[in-house]
Design a protein around this ligand. Structure first.
Ligand code: AMP
Length: 588
C-alpha cells in the first residue's frame, strides 16, 4: 500500500470520536494490507518502530526536523518556529507551509510505499555517532521534499513519537480478529498470542502469513518477553484464605525491579515489567545466571532488590532505583548490590510451563537455583490458616518489605492478566486505603494565584476500564506537589497536549488541557466515594471518586516509568476496593 493511502485512513481515524467506528475504519484499512506489510503497518499505527523490548526508539529531536523542513522548502527557520508555536504541532505546521508552497509550484512526489517510509525511518533513527545530525537532517529533508503535505504531517508526528491515533493494543487485536474471521470470535486467541510474545506486529504477521491455527498454536519464544502476570488485591487475611479456598502459598513481596530473565546458553537478556530490555542495568545478575544456572534454555522471573548480603537487610526502593542508569553501572554494583528473589518459571529447554500448575513450576525453579548465591527463590510459607498468614505478613513488614503475595497452588501463569490466582496485600496505613492506586494522567489544569507563575494547577486522572478499553476519570489532584514537581509535570505534559478529548477517554470534567493517556502516577487516598462528577464505573450517572487523593512521589520518580497507561489500576479493581472498604467498615 502507498503511504499516502495509509495517511488517508489516519485522517479518518483522527476525526472519529467513537471506539466502534474506529474499529470499523481500522478493519477496512487492515483488510487492504498485504502479509509483508502488516507488521510494519501495525508498528507505524502504534507510533513506534518496534515493540518496546527491541529498544529501537523513535523520538527524533524537534530541532532536526525544523532544520530538515527549512532545508527542503527553503524557508527561514524562524518562520517555521512561528507557525509551530501557533499550532503546537510541528507536523501540522509543516503541512500548512507545504500546502501554501504547492499552490505556487508543482513538487515531484515519490509515491512512497508504507515499507519505504518504515525503512527510511529506521535508517534515520539508527544513525548515530559523529556527523549523524547532518545525515539525519539530509535524509529527512529528502523525505519531506518528495512527499505530499499530508504525508509530511504524519511522517513528522511519527518521527517525534507524537502520532497518537488514539487506539490501544486491544483495539488493534479486535480489528485483526474481524479482518481474519469476519467477527470478534478470535479476539481471545489473538490476545493470548500477544500475551506470550508482546509483539503486535509479529502476531499480525503470523496471522496474515500462516492463519489462525498458527496463532492458536503459538509458543513462547526466547528473547520475546511474556506479558507479566499481575496480582489482584484483598484487604483482610480472611478474604485471602476464602478466595484461595484454603491452602495457598504466601510469598514475601519485594519492592524492586521486576526482572523477566531469558537465557539461551551464554546469552542472557532481562526485561522489565513494561517489557523494556533492561539487561544493561544488571551485569551482576547476568553473570550469576550464566555461572550458576545449568540449563541451556530458560525463562524465569523475579524481583531484584537492593540487599545487604552481610546483614541480610533489604534496602528501601530509593536505594534500589539508583541502579537505573546507563553509565557507571559497574561502580553502582558495589554501592548498591542487588539480590534477585525468583518467583516463577515460564519456560525450560523447549517446554512451556505457563499451563503447568504453580506448585510444580516452583518445585523445578527451586532445583534450578540450588547453586546460586545472588539469586534465590522468594521466601514463602504454605498455609491455610489466617493466623499464620497474618504472622508471616507482619514479619515481612518488620523486615522492611511491602507486604505479601498469596498464590493459588494449582494455578497457571496468567500472562498479561490480573487474576485472583495471585493476591497481593500491602502494608496499610491508618485512615487510608490499604493500597495505593496507579492513575493515568489525561489532562491538566492551570493554576491560580501564586501557582500561576508555573501555569500548573493540578491533574485530571483516570483508571483503565479493560472491558471497553476506555480511560474513566476518578480524581482531580491539586495538592501535594512541590515547585520542582510542578515544573516537571508541566514540561512533561506540554509535550503530549491534545486539542480534543482523546477518543478512549470518558470524562464529564473538561480540563484546561487534554493530554494523551500516557503517564501513570501513584496516588494514595483516604477512601473511595460515589460521585456524579467522575465516570469510573458509572451507573445511572454516578461513578466512583477518591477522597483526599495525594501524589506519592519522590523527585526522581514522579512518573511510573515502569507502567503503561493500560497498566493503571482498573475500574474493576476500584469497584472491588469499594466493596471491600464497605465490608471492613461493617466488620469494625
Ligand atoms: P503491584 O506493582 O503493587 O501491583 O504489585 C505487583 C508487583 O509485585 C509485581 O509486578 C512484582 O514486580 C512485585 N513482586 C514482588 N514480590 C513478588 C512475588 N513474590 N511474587 C510476585 N510478584 C512480586
Amino acid at each position: 500500500m502507498k503511504f499516502e493511502e495509509l495517511t488517508e485512513y489516519f485522517d479518518k481515524l483522527e476525526k472519529v470520536s467513537s471506539r466502534l467506528t474506529m474499529i470499523d475504519i481500522l478493519t477496512e484499512l487492515l483488510k487492504k494490507i498485504s502479509p509483508d506489510e502488516i507488521a510494519k503497518t501495525i508498528y507505524i499505527s502504534q507510533g513506534v518502530l518496534a515493540p518496546p523490548f527491541m529498544n529501537l526508539k523513535l523520538g527524533i529531536a524537534d530541532k532536526i526536523i525544523e532544520d530538515a523542513i527549512a532545508n527542503s522548502i527553503n524557508i527561514p527557520k524562524q518562520q517555521i518556529e512561528q507557525i509551530y508555536r501557533k499550532t503546537g504541532d510541528l507536523g501540522l505546521a509543516a503541512k500548512q507551509i507545504l500546502e501554501e508552497r504547492s499552490k505556487l509550484q508543482t513538487i515531484n512526489k515519490n509515491e512512497y510505499s508504507i515499507l519505504d517510509i518504515y525503512k527510511i525511518m529506521i535508517k534515520i533513527s539508527s544513525t548515530s555517532g559523529k556527523g549523524s545530525k547532518d545525515i539525519k537532517i539530509k535524509l529527512f529533508s529528502n523525505l519531506i521534499s518528495s512527499s505530499t503535505p499530508r504525508e509530511v504531517k504524519y511522517i513528522i508526528r511519527y518521527a517525534l513519537g507524537q502520532l497518537r491515533l488514539g487506539f490501544g493494543d486491544y483495539t488493534i487485536l479486535e480489528a485483526l480478529s474481524v479482518v481474519s474471521t469476519g467477527n470478534r470470535q478470535f479476539k481471545l486467541e489473538l490476545e493470548h498470542a500477544y500475551n506470550i510474545c508482546s509483539d503486535l506486529g509479529y502476531v499480525g504477521e503470523i496471522l496474515y502469513k500462516k492463519g489462525i491455527n498458527a496463532i492458536k498454536n503459538m509458543q513462547v519464544t526466547l528473547f520475546k518477553p511474556i506479558r507479566p502476570a499481575l496480582a489482584e488485591r484483598e484487604v483482610t487475611f480472611h478474604q485471602i484464605i476464602e478466595r484461595m479456598k484454603g491452602k495457598c502459598a504466601v510469598e514475601q513481596k519485594y519492592d524492586g525491579f521486576r526482572c523477566q530473565i531469558h537465557k539461551k546458553n551464554n546469552i542472557v537478556k532481562i526485561f522489565s515489567r513494561n517489557l523494556d530490555e533492561t539487561t544493561h542495568m544488571f551485569p551482576d545478575i547476568v553473570k550469576e545466571v550464566i555461572n550458576s544456572i545449568n540449563e541451556n534454555e530458560i525463562i524465569f522471573e523475579g524481583e531484584a532488590i537492593a540487599f545487604n548480603e552481610v546483614t541480610q537487610e533489604f534496602l528501601p526502593f530509593q536505594e534500589t532505583i539508583q541502579r537505573k542508569r546507563v553509565y557507571n553501572i559497574i561502580d553502582k554494583i558495589k554501592e548498591v548490590p542487588l539480590h534477585l528473589f525468583a518467583f516463577d518459571l515460564m519456560y525450560l529447554n523447549g517446554v512451556t510451563y505457563l499451563n503447568v500448575e504453580y506448585e510444580k513450576r516452583r518445585e523445578i525453579l527451586e532445583k534450578i537455583l540450588k547453586n546460586s548465591k545472588l539469586i534465590s527463590p522468594s521466601k514463602r510459607i504454605i498455609t491455610g490458616s489466617e493466623n499464620e498468614l497474618e504472622t508471616f505478613f507482619e514479619e515481612s513488614i518488620e523486615n522492611g518489605l511491602e507486604g505479601i503475595v498469596a498464590k493459588n497452588l494449582k494455578s497457571n501463569y496468567t500472562a498479561g492478566a490480573r487474576k485472583f490466582t495471585w493476591i497481593k496485600m500491602k502494608r496499610s496505613y491508618k485512615g487510608e486505603l490499604s493500597d495505593s492506586l496507579d492513575l493515568v494522567i489525561i489532562g491538566y489544569f492551570l493554576g491560580k494565584g501564586s501557582r500561576a507563575e508555573f501555569k500548573f494547577g493540578g491533574l485530571l486522572c483516570a483508571v483503565y476500564n479493560k472491558k471497553n478499553d476506555m480511560f474513566e476519570t476518578i480524581s482531580k489532584i491539586g495538592t501535594g506537589f512541590n515547585e520542582k514537581e510542578m515544573i516537571k509535570f508541566q514540561s512533561l505534559l506540554d509535550r503530549i497536549k491534545l486539542k480534543n478529548k482523546p477518543v478512549r477517554v470518558d470524562s464529564v470534567i473538561v480540563p484546561d488541557f487534554w493530554v494523551e493517556p500516557k503517564y501513570v502516577i501513584t496516588v494514595r487516598a483516604d477512601e473511595i466515594t460515589k460521585s456524579p462528577t467522575h465516570t469510573c464505573g458509572k451507573k445511572d450517572n454516578i461513578g466512583y471518586a477518591l477522597r483526599f487523593p495525594r501524589l506519592v512521589s519522590s523527585e526522581e520518580k514522579i512518573i511510573r516509568n515502569d507502567k503503561n497507561a493500560e497498566d493503571a489500576t482498573t475500574t474493576e479493581e476500584i469497584i472491588e476496593m469499594f466493596k471491600q472498604q464497605k465490608l471492613s467498615k461493617i466488620s469494625e
